[in-house]
Design a protein around this ligand. Sequence first.
Ligand code: PMP
Length: 284
Amino acid sequence: MSRIVYVNGEYLPEEKAKISVFDRGFLFSDGVYEVISVLNGKLIDTRGHMLRLNRSLGELDMAAPCSAVEIESIVKKLVAENSVEQGLVYLQITRGAADRDFFYPENPSPTLVMFTQSKNLLDDPNAEQGIDVITVPDLRWQRRDIKSVGLLYPCMAKMEAKMAGAKDAWMLDADGYVTEGTSNNAWIITQEGTIVTRQLSNDILHGITRKAVMALAGENDFSVEQRPFTPAEAYEAAEAFVTSATTFVMPVVKIDAAAIGNGLPGEMTGKLREIYIDMALRTE
Ligand code: PMP
């Protein structure tokens, strides 16, 4: 059955949905996006995603085609139209179609596109087994705080991981510290039980799940430090994990050649995953 997708004011069967070849999202990656997960037909942390969307737009001086409230109601309608019980909504805003010119157009007419993907997020075999990651240099641009659609380097890094038989890659800055995963925030738990993740800056995406997990860790009296860490420190960690909207808290059991802890998903990681999912399922 064909999905219903949203394109610039219309709800269309996916085969009918079209975007101009002059769209700046296509020509210049001049666009931003959000991915919101859906559990039991309900959107998780829509507010956080809308705030970040607004911030990404602001940083790029990009106009939205409608208000955040309207975007939110389109998202909800699309989830209902497609009967998504579990999965995600992808939404993208670009600066729209214009004659090809590096300068932003004076009267842009932004493009808004959304589609859903049904997917079992809760029973993810990766969460049972944990994933392995390799480390690669972080060769992305330096405004990683903007959730732009320019994702070619993360694609290249994921392919490098796949070629190496791993599931994902953690990227390293010029000083050798981990920035984040290709599509997630990276965390370790030290042998002393301190949860460590890199502090917010332009070096990483300000993950919505990162923020929620940080708050939940605080409420549960876990100690959290926001600072950079190296792969060498990570190899010696008791546990490691990544966070993102669609994977929640995902255990990492191997980094490069090093098994983390006993090579199985960590206990605290499991607890964080559980409390995050509990909180998400209570979403109204
Ligand atoms: N970092 C990067 C580079 C990402 O692409 C993502 C996922 N979009 C994240 C972190 C996690 O962010 P969130 O928790 O908001 O999904």
